[in-house]
Write a protein that binds this ligand. Structure first.
Ligand code: RBF
Length: 160
């Protein structure tokens, strides 16, 4: 379902694991900071609402979304970190830079997740314009930061 049709802050919360002892890293890209700060507020509050200890939420900024992959690798290789939430906003411009950044970050975060066997969450908005971003950062379509945090929590509950 396209996020246009979905409210990113509405999700099922059945059978969530206990996260009171879990350590989370949140990485926030500085580009489009009005948007990424709103994503951060949503993610942080969602973790707290569902039982995270605020002392176990470790927050760092990186310059742009492209740097989320390296930041995620640093976080994931830290033994005390259980899950990594990456927040960014890459707005389409006149050139194709956004495509390159989006693909690189998506692939980079996937690689980090698999390499370190930890949830690494792609909380990156890829809108066509600033309004679409704001609509998904606490606006009419909810907050992708909330969705990223609940995804991290749910993935901590997946085991075999
Ligand atoms: N980073 C973002 O997080 N969002 C953007 O919309 C964004 N747009 C960029 C546009 C151009 C033309 C360039 C060169 C970089 C952009 N970046 C953006 C920054 C990028 O993620 C990275 O920080 C820099 O390219 C330095 O490696």
């Amino acid at each position: 379902m396209a996020s246009e049709l979905k409210n990113l802050s509405v999700f099922s919360t059945e059978n969530l694991p206990d996260i009171s002892e879990k350590h989370f890293a949140i990485l926030v890209a500085e580009w489009n900071s009005e948007v990424t700060n709103a994503l951060f507020n949503g993610a942080y509050q969602t973790l707290v609402n569902y039982g995270a200890n605020e002392e176990f939420i470790h927050v760092r900024t990186v310059p742009g979304s492209y740097e989320l992959s390296f930041g995620a690798a640093l976080a994931a290789q830290a033994s005390h970190i259980d899950a990594v939430i990456c927040l960014g906003c890459v707005i389409q411009g006149e050139t194709k830079h956004n495509d390159y950044i989006n693909h690189a970050v998506a692939q980079g975060l996937t690689n980090v997740s698999i390499q370190y066997n930890k949830p690494v969450i792609f909380g990156v908005l890829t809108p066509n314009n600033q309004q679409q971003a704001l609509d998904r950062a606490g606006g009419v379509h909810g907050n992708k930061g909330d969705e990223a945090a609940i995804t991290a929590i749910k993935m901590l509950g997946v085991s075999f």
